[in-house]
Design a protein around this ligand. Structure first.
Ligand SMILES: Nc1nc2c(ncn2[C@@H]2O[C@H](COP(=O)(O)OP(=O)(O)OP(=O)(O)O)[C@@H](O)[C@H]2O)c(=O)[nH]1
Ligand SMILES: [Mg+2]
Length: 464
């Protein structure tokens, strides 16, 4: 166990709420509260059972005036989140109480914890690996069911186990090669086909994990989705229908939406950052012009474009001009206002857009009428990004750091296969294998550099 100084922070968000939690971790955690926490049972905090909540008076150290009544728990090392002794004070929420308690804890010698410092200590003390630490922050930030489920699975160690299994295969092969090199007369060489199949198996496992990245990233970060089209085709109505809100203003005046309007929604467990934009057209109005420029910028960095056409008007040259902007994006074409009848047939639209009409979704989103096609649209959106079923137990890598280390490992494995096919000596293979083991160790944090660890914990909030 490494020894650090004692840190403290308010772990709950700032603001009015039922409770606030002050967390203190370090060798002197108990000492830092011994003069301010007075259990109602009359015992000193040092005599309180570990991992048990005790109702206590929290008093100022100077004049023993009462700050609050709180539930306090001591979790003695090494059985705590950080691996150090941790004290948690569950006081009343709000602005003044937690600040007053924290001030007393600082006076007693603790210092303000930095962002993610509690989890960083857990990592340094071997309580968690880097994958699981990242999952902690992903779980806190998750805003969709699939994102939450994946983060929870990673936190439970499922991904670490997968990586560890691949690493074990590589370590075992390295041990074999090393034994052969040390005792060439006693241990037989591994036949080429057997060697190749061992490396192939490692390579397949790595690529299998890499294949899940796209899904994992979408689960974690969601999809930036822009609704685009001509004025008045029903873009804002669509945002409202998908978000089940009246978030965007809907009127029959073309050019109603000027600025972008955003709403976070969940579509079949996937988070969508849904952005409604100004209808694109030639405009002389300076405000509308800015809105139209913003719409074009939004389309440029969107991951999905919902391109809306007013089916009751048919497809126009203006529609086709806007479609040009969306050309390189994953796109779903929506034929809206179908309740008013169709002025075009889908084959004609498909031909003009150069797409398969099976890709279209027909909707009706009248202000006070019946919505149609919204569920189908949701299925189309999720289907576009989540092909195949995702089971509750599946676990995916989800960030660039994990992906980069796996790509490195995958390239080394490919290189090893070439080495074997070209009959290069085992010591060349052994060097590659060491690099591969190190790349896999980077993922779990076993062989990772300090700067990468710093980057991981930068994303954390204070108090976690
Ligand atoms: N009948 C019918 N009316 C619709 C439908 N969708 C939208 N509307 C009406 O069409 C008008 C324009 O709808 P909006 O959602 O504001 O259209 P928009 O594309 O956001 O328009 P701008 O913001 O001006 O670009 C409103 O009067 C809506 O009630 C639909 O499916 N059927
Ligand atoms: Mg609008």
């Amino acid at each position: 166990m490494k020894i650090f100084d004692t840190i403290a922070a308010i772990s709950t968000p700032v603001g009015v709420g039922g409770i606030a939690i002050i967390r203190i971790s370090g060798e002197d955690a108990e000492k830092c509260v011994s003069n301010i926490v007075f259990p109602k049972c009359g015992r000193a905090i040092s005599c309180i059972e570990t991992h048990k909540l005790v109702l206590s008076d929290i008093k100022r150290s100077s004049n023993k005036s009462l700050i609050d009544e709180a539930l306090v728990a001591v979790m003695r090392a090494p059985h705590s989140y950080t691996g150090e002794t941790v004290v948690e004070i569950n006081c009343h929420g709000g602005y003044a109480v937690a600040e007053a308690v924290l001030e007393e804890v600082f006076k007693a010698g603790a210092r303000q914890a930095e962002a993610g410092e509690f989890t960083r200590r857990a990592f340094m003390n071997g309580k968690t690996d880097l994958l699981r630490a990242e999952a902690t922050i992903d779980l806190i930030h998750s805003n969709s069911e699939l994102g939450r489920n994946n983060a929870a699975n990673v936190l439970s160690g499922k991904l670490s186990q997968k990586v560890e299994k691949i690493r074990e295969k590589a370590v075992s092969l390295a041990a074999n090669l090393s034994a052969i090199a040390d005792f060439p007369d006693e241990i037989d060489e591994i036949p080429e086909d057997e060697l190749l199949s061992k490396v192939e198996s490692i390579s397949l496992d790595i690529d299998d994990l890499l294949d899940g990245f796209k899904k994992g990233k979408i689960m974690r970060d969601g999809i930036k989705t822009v609704i685009a089209g001509r004025p008045n085709v029903g873009k804002s109505s669509l945002l409202n229908a998908l978000s089940r809100t009246e978030r965007a203003i809907v009127t029959d005046i073309p050019g109603t939406t000027r600025d972008t309007v955003e709403e976070y929604i969940s579509v079949n467990g996937i988070a969508l950052r849904l952005i409604d934009t100004a209808g694109i057209r030639e405009s002389r109005n300076s405000i509308e012009k800015i809105g139209i420029e913003k719409a074009k910028e939004c389309i440029e960095d969107a991951q999905l474009c919902l391109f809306v056409i007013d089916a009751s008007m048919g497809i126009s040259d203006e529609d086709l001009d806007i479609f040009e902007y969306t050309k390189d994006k994953p796109i779903i074409v929506i034929l809206n206002k179908t309740d008013k009848g169709m002025a075009c047939d889908t084959a004609e639209v498909a031909e003009k857009l150069g797409m398969d009409s099976g890709e279209f979704v027909m909707t009706a989103t009248p202000k006070d009428g019946k919505l149609l096609g919204i569920e189908l649209l949701e299925e189309k959106i999720s289907g576009k990004f989540m092909s195949g079923n995702v089971s509750k137990d599946d676990v995916f890598i989800s960030n660039e750091r994990q992906k980069d280390a796996l790509i490195k490992a995958s390239q080394i494995a490919r290189n090893m296969k070439n080495c074997i096919s070209n009959n290069l000596p085992n010591d060349v293979l052994y060097v590659d294998l060491e690099d591969l083991i190190s790349a896999l160790g980077e993922i779990t944090g076993e062989t990772v550099q300090d700067e990468i660890i710093d980057k991981v914990f930068e994303r954390f909030c204070v108090g976690k």
